[in-house]
Write a protein that binds this ligand. Structure first.
Ligand code: 1GP
Length: 248
C-alpha cells in the first residue's frame, strides 16, 4: 500500500495519524535511535524528514537509519529541491499555496522536475499553507511570502478549497516549526469541513491536549517536531492523544 493510500484508508475509517518530524540538522544517531524506539512503542504512524533549512549533509544517512530500524513509513517534507533522498517512501510535493512567491508555487518544481521524477519516490501533491504563528518562523522568513493571518479562517478555507480543486491530494497547514502559537481549532475546523482530502496540521504543537483538540477539529495527521526534540517522552503522550477516540 502506498503512503497516500494509507492516508486515505485511515481518513475513511476516522483514524487519525501521528507523524514525528525529524530535522536532519538537529538529530544525531543516538537520539534518532531513542526516537525510533519510542515511535515503535507508541504506534506512531509516519516519520516526516526535512526542514526549511537543512545545512548538514545527513539526509540520506538519517533516512537509511530509520529504514534499517523500523517499518514506519518515511515521508520527505523538503524545504528545498535539494532535500531529496531516494531511500524514503514518499515525498510531499509542496506548493506554497498560501503565499504569492512564484518560485515556491511552481518555479522550483519546474527546475527539479526531472530529478524528482527519476528518484522513483511516491510523489504526493500537497497544498502547503503557512499560517501566522505569532512571530516570524524560519519558514515564514525563508519563503518570502506572507503567512495567512491566524484569525482569518475564511482565507484559509478558500485557499485549501482552491488547492483541492487544483488537484492537490493533501492540504498541510503549518504554523512553522517552533511557532509561538499553534493553528487555532477554529481555523482547522473551517478548513476540514470544506475539503475531502486528508488534512495535515503542524507547527507549535507542544502538548497532548492540543494534539487531541486538533484531531477533534478535523485534522487527519498531527505533525510534531520541536516539542519532541525538547522532551522525547512526549512521543508517547502525543501518540496516545492522537489515537484516542475523538468524540464529536
Ligand atoms: C513544522 O509542522 C512542523 O513544519 C512541526 O512543527 O516543530 O513546531 O512541531 P514543530
Amino acid at each position: 500500500m502506498t503512503v497516500y493510500q494509507s492516508l486515505l484508508e485511515k481518513k475513511k475509517s476516522g483514524q487519525k495519524s501521528f507523524a514525528i518530524l525529524i530535522d536532519p540538522d538537529k538529530t544525531g544517531k543516538s537520539s534518532l535511535h531513542a526516537v525510533i524506539d519510542l515511535a515503535l512503542e507508541s504506534g506512531a504512524d509516519y516519520f516526516f524528514v526535512g526542514g526549511s533549512l537543512v545545512i548538514s549533509n545527513q539526509l540520506d544517512e538519517i533516512v537509511l537509519e530509520i529504514k534499517k530500524q523500523c517499518n514506519i513509513p518515511v515521508v520527505l517534507f523538503p524545504g528545498s529541491p535539494s532535500q531529496i533522498s531516494r531511500h524514503a517512501d514518499a515525498l510531499l510535493y509542496l506548493s506554497l499555496i498560501s503565499g504569492r512567491n512564484p518560485e515556491l508555487l511552481i518555479g522550483q518544481h519546474v527546475i527539479s522536475a526531472p530529478f524528482v521524477k527519476k528518484s522513483g519516490l511516491e510523489i504526493i501533491s500537497t497544498g502547503y499553507m503557512v499560517v501566522d504563528g505569532g512571530a516570524p518562523t524560519t519558514v515564514s522568513y525563508i519563503s518570502n511570502a506572507t503567512p495567512i493571518p491566524s484569525d482569518k479562517s475564511d482565507i484559509a478555507l478558500c485557499t485549501a478549497m482552491a488547492g483541492e480543486m487544483l488537484g492537490m491530494k493533501l492540504i498541510y497547514m503549518d504554523a512553522g516549526s517552533g511557532a509561538k502559537k499553534a493553528i487555532s481549532e477554529e481555523m482547522i475546523s473551517a478548513v476540514a469541513k470544506n475539503i475531502d482530502v486528508p488534512l495535515i496540521v503542524g507547527g507549535g504543537i507542544r502538548d497532548a491536549e492540543k494534539a487531541y483538540l486538533n484531531c477533534k477539529a478535523g485534522a487527519d495527521v498531527i505533525v510534531v517536531g520541536n516539542a519532541i526534540e525538547k522532551d522525547i517522552l512526549l512521543i508517547k503522550e502525543m501518540a496516545a492523544a492522537v489515537q484516542a477516540k475523538v468524540v464529536i
